[in-house]
Structure formats: structure tokens, C-alpha cells
Design a protein around this ligand. Structure first.
Ligand SMILES: NC(=O)c1ccc[n+]([C@@H]2O[C@H](COP(=O)([O-])OP(=O)(O)OC[C@H]3O[C@@H](n4cnc5c(N)ncnc54)[C@H](O)[C@@H]3O)[C@@H](O)[C@H]2O)c1
Length: 265
């Protein structure tokens, strides 16, 4: 799975295209742009409908199959050649059985842990992702969470709503300026987080198995080992793909060495 494959794969396949997890406005955008191709939009219950014909059931999660994944295409039109999904419709070995003609799976996300790459490879099915999107959006959201924490936004709103009080004694937060932010995973999203953090006057250390020294020099941060990052950071933020190697990052045990006053999100 790489950028070249992502760009080239779409044009290599003809035939029926099945879109999953698409809202009405997305369907209205995509439908006319694929005029001349056979396109089906599948709703949350697996009912296919052609463009310009809305479904009653809308989009969302389908009833799960025995392995917990939604059963795609169980209501017909399973002879699609190309399947386009997002993150809530896993493509497992079981779901692949429903699409005997499938040649290409293209997820409209950067993460691809919801796709069984091995099962796809065994069938010779090509898989592609979106190499990057929404990097500033996710970084801004990460900072929204960080500021909510540092400025005690949730407790403040709760106190005002529930007690009609704004007692500053219990709502004292902390400044970001001068604090050290540890960024685990300095890819597209992580780099945006770093740029925002520098705007707040923070020191930044980053851990990434593929460091890019020129980016560190340009953006005024330092790479560190994960161990040193955990020791030196006041706040830790994770921007790694979810996969077996990064699973422990999402476990509390990983942060035992971190002092209690520190935060991670
Ligand atoms: N919620 C959303 O809207 C949204 C949007 C885009 C991406 N994402 C998620 O965010 C993730 C990151 O997106 P991105 O665009 O920054 O991807 P990216 O590939 O540009 O960056 C990921 C970084 O993680 C690093 N990395 C890989 N393994 C690591 C490890 N074991 N420890 C530390 N770092 C490691 C990589 O070297 C890379 O620099 C995606 O995989 C996806 O799951 C979410």
C-alpha cells in the first residue's frame, strides 16, 4: 500500500463500484462525477441503491456478522468489482466471501487497520488508502482537547450549569507556554500539532521511528527516544496509526513511568 498504488489503482479497474458509509451529500457529490460507470450506494442494512435514488434507512452501522463486522452486500449487488468504504465497515475474510468478483478495496481513510490485508492479498485484491487527509483538522481537535484539559473547560461548564457558580479556586488550570509537549508519531498530523504547539510557546519533543531531521530544524523541535519523551514531557499526545506495534501506546501501563501531574490524551 503506497501513494503510487493509491493513485494508479482506480484507473486499472472497470466494472461495478459499491460505496459504503456515504452520507447523502457525499453521494450527491460522487454520483455525477462517476456518470457512465455503474455505481451503487449501500445503506447501513446492506441495501444497494443507484445514484439519485435515496434509501429509507440512511447510513450508519449494519447488523454485525458472526465475527462482529457488518455484513456488507448481503442484500444483493454483491457482484461489485470495486468496494469503497470508511472505517466503520471492516473488510474481513468473512465479508470478502460476499463479493466473489471483488478486485479492489479502496478505503476513504488514512488508517487501514479495519481491512484484512492478508485475506485481500490471498484473493489478489488490491487495497489502497488515502495517504493523508484532515491533518490540520485532527491537530486542531487535539488542541481543543488539550485546552479543555489545561483550562478545565468541562468542570467549569458543569459547575456553572449544575450549581450556577463559577468558583475560580477549583477551576485553576495551567499554562501551555513553557511546558514540554511529547508528540508520539510525527507524521502529517503530528507535524501540524507541533506547529500549533510552537505557536503556544511550548517546547516539543517527538518520537518517530522514521525521524526527519530537516523537519526538526525547520520547526524547532527535537527527536527523542520514546523512553526520554515519556520522562521529559509534561503533556503527551499520540498520532500513530493503530496497529499491533502501537497498541501498547493506548494502554495505561505504558505511562507508569510518567509523573502523576502529567497528562496524555
Ligand atoms: N480521525 C480522523 O479524522 C483521522 C484523519 C486522518 C488520520 N487519522 C488517523 O491518524 C493516523 C495518523 O495519520 P497521519 O496522516 O498523521 O499519518 P502519517 O502516516 O503521516 O503519520 C503516522 C506517523 O506515525 C509514525 N509511526 C509509525 N509507527 C510508529 C510507532 N510504532 N511509534 C511511533 N510512531 C510511529 C510514522 O513513522 C509516521 O510518521 C492514521 O493512521 C489514522 O489512523 C484520523
Amino acid at each position: 500500500m503506497n501513494e503510487k498504488m493509491s493513485r494508479g489503482a482506480g484507473s486499472a479497474f472497470g466494472g461495478k463500484i459499491g460505496f459504503f458509509e456515504m452520507q447523502e451529500w457525499e453521494q450527491a457529490y460522487v454520483g455525477p462525477r462517476l456518470a457512465g460507470q455503474e455505481v451503487w450506494f449501500f445503506d447501513k442494512d446492506g441495501n444497494p441503491h443507484p445514484p439519485h435514488q435515496s434509501s429509507d434507512s440512511g447510513t450508519g452501522q449494519a447488523a454485525p456478522s458472526s465475527d462482529g463486522s457488518p455484513l456488507l452486500g448481503q442484500k444483493g449487488n454483491a457482484d461489485i468489482d470495486i468496494l469503497s468504504n470508511f472505517i466503520n465497515y471492516p473488510v474481513t475474510a468473512e465479508t470478502l466471501k460476499l463479493f466473489p468478483k471483488l478486485k479492489y478495496v479502496t478505503t476513504r481513510s488514512t488508517g487501514y487497520d479495519h481491512i484484512d490485508l492478508k485475506a485481500c492479498a490471498e484473493r489478489g485484491i488490491v487495497v489502497s488508502n488515502v495517504p493523508t487527509y484532515g491533518e490540520n483538522t485532527v491537530a486542531e481537535f487535539a488542541f481543543a482537547l488539550l485546552l479543555a484539559l489545561s483550562r478545565k473547560i468541562f468542570p467549569a461548564v458543569k459547575q456553572v450549569r449544575e450549581q450556577g457558580l463559577f468558583l475560580t479556586d477549583s477551576l485553576q488550570g495551567f499554562d501551555l507556554q513553557g511546558k514540554t509537549l511529547g508528540v508520539v508519531g510525527a507524521g502529517h498530523i503530528g507535524m501540524f500539532v507541533i506547529k500549533i504547539a510552537k505557536g503556544f510557546g511550548m517546547n516539543v519533543v517527538a518520537y518517530d521511528p522514521y525521524p526527519k531531521p530537516e523537519l526538526a530544524a525547520q520547526n524547532g523541535f527535537a527527536y527523542a527516544s520514546l523512553e526520554d519523551l515519556l520522562k521529559s514531557s509534561d503533556i503527551i499526545t499520540l498520532h500513530v496509526p493503530y496497529m499491533p506495534a502501537t497498541h501498547p501506546y493506548y494502554k495505561r501501563a505504558k505511562y507508569r513511568a510518567v509523573q502523576k501531574r502529567r497528562y496524555y490524551h
